[in-house]
Ligand binder design. Structure first.
Ligand code: PEP
Ligand code: MG
Length: 567
């Protein structure tokens, strides 16, 4: 069989009959393999000297690995499955989940604590829901695209999620969800297929993930071939360890804001920092946050001993820390803790509210307006790095400035970070190596990449925001029109899932070329969600990037995709 044939042709599904001593071939088609089957066939055929390793690498599809890494439904072709699909949303995070509907993060945590399997159903999720999202077996949201909060967080944990399911109406107060013409209530059983976006009534039988020795052998061949490094997006020591287990060669994105939601204490200090009317009061709140950040970084450095850890300074619009639904509680809490008058707190909240927060007060604009914020984060990183080094751990911190559009913005933050580094090194009597770089996620930054590279030791493309800003599509609202665009062929793919190579990809190429012209040893990677999508990974490998960074559970897929471009 020629090498140029598609490898699923290796298995043929043949129907035949024998009649009156004559063989009749009825039909013949390419045989389908499960993930486990694909890996086993590839490994066995190499062991039996039927194919070489490069050929074997081409025989496994990246999607096959998804089946091995996540639970799957046992019988998705059966009528008992197909007949119960009640609606379909976006396949935001692969795998399968079965559980009882709950409508709040608190309920998800409480049900989980009672040993129940909960499916968290919400209009959309926000950072304050992370505890419940973690406790839930699966997540279903009415709003939000492939890079919405629910999708990104669930993918990071390898948790099944269906997002942007626009046909459902969720009433969190009444605890009811309308799905097409059905009303479902708290405690009703549903099943979610995060690989197809299907929502299924009742309980479907599950098959567990199927890791095997064959997979380990196969992945070792993949790693021998690929040149692109694969890092992971992880914000906690636990996620970092999961990433390492899946073969990550470092952390390519640690979103520090996720650490701020880890406890009530922290979120209270963050709110005080945001609401502080003076530098002194802001500093006081930051002083409370410093030990938390330092110990988080220590945990991550320990988990990633010997590997680089890229830490991004605070990025999201501040309103995310002041959720709309709880304004009265937050005002009461802030007044009690700081002694501020209710009117003053409300006035400051009003001042912080923005018409378009994703294009507003976020990214490096925060650290430039509140330099004490960058100072606290840099201090926590360097103090943690030195204390871990003192314990014999090898630490390679890389500090990343978000949402830069001009070299002056980056220059401001780089100067501050280096000044804090020198301070900490003097105080602690030790110096360590570190890098300062930036995300490239605003089209302007890509176009002036040569100027930006003069200040940056590395670039990491934030292709979620770069896609948002290049298309002008809000990543949180794209679900409103995307299905129409896909149905009419206006778009072939969701650009937040599959990189738009013609437009966004062109900016990636331009920025890489211009950046490396100004700084030949510039390290270049990507940490948007496209870092775990096979066709995008192939594009980044061909564009000469040094690494991709993706959720811990997509690391094996990215490793395979990076090898397949070379075989
Ligand atoms: C991005 O924009 O691609 C990115 C990685 O950052 P975030 O998703 O946190 O905005
Ligand atoms: Mg971004």
């Amino acid at each position: 069989m020629g090498n140029n044939l598609h490898f699923s042709c290796l298995i043929q599904d043949i129907e035949f009959t024998v009649q009156e001593n004559r063989l009749w071939m009825l039909q013949c088609r390419s045989g389908k393999r499960t993930g486990t089957g694909a890996v086993k066939i590839a490994v066995d055929m190499v062991n039996e000297a039927l194919v070489d390793r490069n050929t074997a690498i081409k025989m496994v599809e990246p999607g096959h690995l998804d089946q091995l890494l996540h639970p799957q439904f046992a019988n998705p072709e059966a009528a008992s499955y197909k007949g119960k699909v009640i609606t379909t949303g976006l396949p935001a995070s692969p795998g399968a989940a079965v559980g009882q509907i709950v409508f709040t993060a608190e309920d998800a945590e409480a049900w989980h604590a009672q040993g129940k399997s909960a499916i968290l159903v919400r209009t959309e999720t926000s950072p304050e829901d992370v505890g419940g999202m973690h406790a839930a077996a699966g997540i279903l949201t009415a709003r939000g695209g492939m890079t919405s909060h629910a999708a990104v967080v669930a993918r990071g944990w390898g948790k099944c999620c269906v997002s942007g399911c626009s046909s459902i109406r969720v009433n969190e107060i009444e605890k009811v969800v309308a799905i097409e013409d059905k009303m479902l209530y708290e405690g009703d059983w549903i099943s979610l297929n995060g690989s197809t976006g299907e929502v299924i009534l009742g309980k479907q039988p599950l098959s567990p993930p199927a890791l095997s020795a064959d997979l380990e052998t196969f992945m070792s061949w993949v790693d021998e071939v690929r040149q692109l490094k694969v890092m992971a997006n992880a914000d906690t020591p636990g996620d970092a360890l999961a990433a390492r287990k899946n073969g990550a060669e470092g952390i390519g994105l640690c979103r520090t804001e996720h650490m701020f939601f880890a406890s009530d204490e922290r979120i209270k200090a963050v709110r005080q920092m945001i609401m502080a009317p003076t530098v002194e009061l802001r500093q006081k709140a930051l002083d409370r946050l410093l030990p938390y950040q330092r110990s988080d970084f220590e945990g991550i450095f320990r988990a990633m001993d010997g590997l680089p850890v890229t830490i991004r300074l605070l990025d999201p619009p501040l309103h995310e820390f002041l959720p709309e639904g709880h304004v009265e509680d937050i005002v009461r809490e802030l007044c009690a803790e700081t002694g501020a008058a209710e009117d003053d707190v409300l006035a400051r909240m009003e001042k912080l509210s923005e018409v378009n927060p994703m294009l507003g007060f976020r990214g490096c604009r925060l650290g430039i307006s509140y330099p004490e914020l960058t100072e606290m984060q840099a201090r926590a990183i360097f103090e943690a790095a030195i204390s871990m080094t003192n314990q014999g751990i090898q630490v390679f911190p890389e500090i990343m400035v978000p949402l830069v559009g001009t070299p002056q913005e980056l220059g401001h933050q780089v100067a501050l970070i280096r000044q804090i580094a020198n301070n900490v090194f003097t105080n602690m009597g030790k110096t360590i190596d570190y890098k300062v770089g930036t995300m490239i996620e605003i089209p302007r930054a890509a176009l002036v990449a040569d100027e930006i590279a003069e200040q940056a030791e590395f670039f990491s493309f934030g292709t979620n925001d770069l896609t948002q800003m290049t298309f002008g599509y809000s990543r949180d609202d794209v679900g409103k029109f995307l299905p129409i665009y896909l149905a009419q062929g206006i778009l072939q793919h969701d650009p937040f899932e599959v990189l738009d190579q013609r437009g966004v990809g062109e900016l990636v190429k331009i920025a890489t070329e211009r950046g490396r012209k100004a700084r030949p040893n510039l390290k270049v990677g990507i940490c948007g969600e496209h870092g775990g999508e096979p066709s995008s990974v192939a594009f980044f490998a061909k564009a000469g990037l040094d690494y991709v960074s993706c959720s811990p559970f997509r690391v094996p897929i990215a490793r395979l995709a990076a090898a397949q471009v070379l075989v």
